[in-house]
Design a protein around this ligand. Structure first.
Ligand code: 2M8
Length: 276
């Protein structure tokens, strides 16, 4: 079993970012060797810090599937060819941040709208928009591949998508922001790349995959896994995910995450449940 999980609003509470309720479950998963792979809009700098809080040592996927970071010292499979950054082998799927910023400017000009993103804001402004601490907002601003921007009002999603795609980018919708990402990126392709690496390590053995998300930008990840789970917000599951008929966790993050992961473990991997 491999667990792929979004962070904001899925494993971390969407307003307070608290996560403590999930720590015992995460510890158990680590002890029984079930990888927990963050798949998030967050930057490498943010996820690095979150991996320390959550005590995760597994691969992670940043900036909406723009890059997969594989810790060279701990992954069981053979590392694919690629560049190294610090302790990681990096599989880049998306474009550079410079490209994303230039893309946002060009799209804004074409739409005659002042589209504003993280590159236009100070750390303090990002704090106000997100509720992150100064240090966290600084890490969120340290973007390498994608640009989160305020979704323009009075414009259909289809109209925005058309202009974005004509310029060779994609747009995905997170909790608070839209994200301009490269054409080769995506939570779905990045999750599949990680599944392929684990599968090559145990050829012929069936791998089970569980995915958890809460926003439209999680759709591609949830489509890629065997067991997709939607974590609801305070108002219930996001309508775009609710209409897919996927299972919905019984509570918001992080309690909903814990409950649904423990229930799934008992069903799919009863031998690994132990003291849970
Ligand atoms: C952004 O991501 C969230 C995720 O859904 C959003 O769109 O609201 C990203 O910029 C991320 O880096 C940042 O940590 C987060 C903070 O709320 O916002």
């Amino acid at each position: 079993l491999i667990i792929f999980t979004d962070l904001d609003g899925t494993l971390l509470n969407s307003d307070t970012y608290h996560y403590e309720a999930a720590l015992p479950t995460l510890k158990h998963l680590r002890q029984v060797g079930i990888p927990v792979i963050p798949v998030t809009s967050k930057t490498r700098a943010e996820v690095d810090t979150w991996c320390q809080h959550l005590e995760l040592q597994d691969p992670f996927i940043v900036e909406n599937g723009s890059a997969v970071f594989l810790p060279r010292g701990t992954v069981p499979f053979q590392l694919p060819a690629g560049e190294d950054a610090g302790a990681y082998r990096v599989l880049q799927l998306g474009c550079s941040y410079v490209m994303a910023r230039a893309g946002l400017k060009a799209i804004a000009q074409e739409l005659k709208r002042p589209l504003k993103g993280f590159g236009d804001w100070s750390v303090e402004q990002i704090q106000q928009l997100t509720g992150l601490s100064y240090e966290e907002a600084k890490q969120a601003k340290a973007r390498e591949f994608t640009e989160p921007f305020l979704t323009p009002k009075n414009m259909s999603a289809a109209q925005l998508r058309q202009v974005v795609e004509a310029r060779g980018f994609q747009v995905v919708v997170g909790d608070r922001f839209s994200h301009l990402i490269g054409s080769g990126a995506g939570k779905g392709v990045a999750v599949q790349a990680v599944i392929d690496l684990y599968q090559a390590w145990v050829p012929g053995q069936p791998l089970m995959t569980l995915g958890l998300g809460n926003s439209p930008n999680d759709t591609a990840m949830l489509e890629q896994v065997d067991y997709p789970i939607v974590v609801p917000g305070a108002q219930g599951p996001h309508p775009a995910l609710a209409q897919r008929g996927w299972s919905v966790a019984p509570a918001v993050a992080p309690e909903g995450w814990r409950l649904v992961v423990e229930a799934t473990l008992k069903k799919l991997a009863p031998d690994s449940v132990g003291q849970l």
